[in-house]
Design a protein around this ligand. Structure first.
Ligand code: SF4
Length: 93
């Protein structure tokens, strides 16, 4: 029987969200792009697909919706990879 995956602690999630919002604001203020290119997003997602931390786990409300998320940050990567300033918490992209 496999161990049930859980969302990371709320402190980790809040810290990650804060960093993302700060980096996004800096990007906007410097005239940069909000969205990653389709090629960049696809490359990021491909990295996640081969990562052992990309697992089926419940969402932040504890609902098991069958979605794959990053065990490290708790994010659904299909959307996160499309934000230019988003980063992998393990430094893989
Ligand atoms: S964001 Fe990084 S750590 Fe998380 S699943 Fe993707 S590659 Fe793995």
């Amino acid at each position: 029987m496999s161990e049930e995956k859980k969302q990371p602690p709320i402190s980790t999630q809040v810290s990650g969200l804060g960093s993302f919002l700060t980096d996004t604001a800096k990007e906007v203020l410097s005239g940069g792009q909000l969205r990653a290119t389709p090629e960049e997003a696809a490359a990021r997602y491909a990295t996640c697909l081969s990562c052992p931390l990309f697992v089926k786990m419940p969402n932040r409300l504890g609902v098991h919706d069958g979605a794959m998320r990053c065990e490290k940050c708790g994010c659904a990567m299909g959307k996160k990879v499309k934000w230019k300033s988003a980063t992998c918490p393990e430094g893989k992209w």
